[in-house]
Design a protein around this ligand. Structure first.
Ligand SMILES: [Cu+2]
Length: 463
């Protein structure tokens, strides 16, 4: 998956000259048009073929979609599944009608139905796309992919390698076992059994020997909280959840310092490749011990890059919160006092169980009556969301439509990072800030999908 070096292209031009000399393209760029289709498929993950997979590609994982910052995109989608679906653009700040949330922003698409998702990406970085209808089953069956928004002025990496992290609940014969276990849904969530990277078990990933590779890691899992590290590696984290890091952020080479990557989150790692023929292992630290997810193998002409050669990513054009005038809004993530859903709609998947709540309200479910907003924000105002987790589980809290900035935690030192998905640890209270600049109803939910589907969901209204 190694792409051609942009560095060699750039060094072939005289200094200060070229298409990117003004920091933006001099020529208007044609819109990006992509045809996308969801369908059931089968693929080889273990020794025997797995059937009942869902994908945006036949016989394997979804295509990596490449959009361009500031260039209009049209993704012409067709649903060829036997059940309704939608496509959500996780982390992209799109107009509300393009957000792909069943019943909140669009009627779910039945079999054979089409929808054009059109938007202009404002932010560069690593994002992902996935359904927002029957999300638990469809994600578990593999329906998700990475969206890369290329910088208007692309930084010089020697290679770009997108990696989708996902567990499949497969038996030894390669077939799915029960996707959800209700008692797990009421706790940390149901874990998969087979860890994969791009639908392969512990694959070799070619990287330029001694070069700088941008490794784009996306945790698309419904449950697993990864803790990632690469023994013996040199590198830096250059972006988290799409947005460039503001502070120096070395890449962990030991389990104890591993990077937490929760469901929904992404990390861009600038990795100095191993020497020719040598390898580095991407590891995750689990309760059962450390597991190798993938192996980076040095290939091609030996380069001699160092950490100092890692390019600095340009900041995204995010609105600056005005904290002096901010209104504080409290959210408490807790158990569900209700237990059962009232009038749940089965169309987008609902077990009828409610184990979780936001502000004591368990979500109605993905149906035609999403209920009242958790909060109403005035367009343009800065708000501080005070997120209090009173449960004994971790919850990656995801907001659609707007990025937010991490401010404080009562449990740990946090960096002032922009994100769309914040990992809220058990018992933790965090404050985050955002500018409510995108009108519409934006869902706000846990990305442990069994939590989302059993109550830990709601929406904010910007008007
Ligand atoms: Cu949760």
């Amino acid at each position: 998956m190694t792409s051609l070096s942009r560095r060699s292209f750039l060094t072939a031009l005289p200094a200060g000259v070229g298409l990117w000399a003004l920091g933006r393209p001099l020529m208007a760029q044609a819109p990006v048009q992509i045809d996308l289709r969801a369908a059931e498929t089968s693929a080889q993950i273990l020794d025997r073929k797995t059937t009942g997979l869902f994908s945006y590609a036949a016989g394997g994982p979804a295509p990596v979609l490449r959009l361009k910052q500031g260039v209009p995109a049209k993704i012409a989608f067709q649903n060829d599944l036997d059940e309704p679906t939608t496509v959500h653009w996780h982390g992209l700040r799109v107009p509300n009608a393009m957000d792909g949330v069943a019943w909140v922003t669009q009627i779910p698409l039945g079999k054979g139905e089409r929808f054009d998702y059109t938007f202009t990406p404002q932010d560069a970085g690593t994002y992902w796309y996935h359904p927002h209808c029957n999300t638990f089953d469809q994600l578990q069956r593999g329906l998700n992919g990475i969206v890369i928004v290329e910088e208007a002025d692309p930084p010089a990496f020697d290679a770009d390698v997108p990696l989708v992290l996902r567990d499949f609940r497969l038996r030894d014969d390669g077939q799915f076992s029960a996707l959800s276990i209700p008692r797990n849904a009421a706790r940390g969530g149901t874990l998969g059994k087979v860890m994969t990277v791009n639908w392969a078990v512990a694959p070799d990933v070619a990287v330029p020997a001694g070069g700088v590779t941008r490794v784009r890691l996306a945790n698309t899992d419904v449950t697993r909280l990864h803790k990632l590290f690469i023994p013996g590696s040199r590198g830096k984290i250059v972006a988290l959840d799409g947005h460039p890091v503001e502070a120096d952020h070395p890449w962990p080479d030991r389990a104890e310092e591993g990077l937490w990557l929760a469901p929904g989150q992404r990390a861009d790692l600038a990795l100095i490749g191993p020497d020719l023929g040598q390898a580095l292992d991407l590891m995750t630290d689990t309760e059962g011990g450390t597991v190798a997810l993938a192996r980076f193998v040095g290939q091609g002409a030996a380069l001699t890059r160092g950490v100092a050669d890692i390019p600095v990513l340009p900041a995204n054009p995010l609105p600056r919160p005005n904290l002096d005038r901010a209104r504080v809004i409290d959210f408490v993530f807790g158990w569900s006092p209700q237990g059962k859903a009232k009038g749940a709609s089965a169309l987008c998947g609902d077990t009828g169980q409610r184990f979780w709540s936001i502000n004591r309200i368990a979500a109605a479910g993905d149906g035609p009556e999403p209920g009242a907003p958790l909060a109403v924000l005035r367009r343009g105002e800065t708000v501080i969301l005070r997120l209090r987790n009173e449960t004994q589980n971790h919850h990656p809290i995801h907001l659609h439509g707007m990025a937010f900035k991490l401010l404080t935690s009562d449990r740990r030192k946090i960096l002032p990072q922009w994100t769309d998905t914040a990992l809220l640890l058990e018992g933790e209270t965090m404050e985050v800030a955002l500018v409510a600049d995108n009108p519409g109803d934006w869902v706000f939910h846990c990305h442990v999908i069994e939590h989302q589907k059993t109550g830990l969901s709601g929406f904010l209204r910007v008007e």
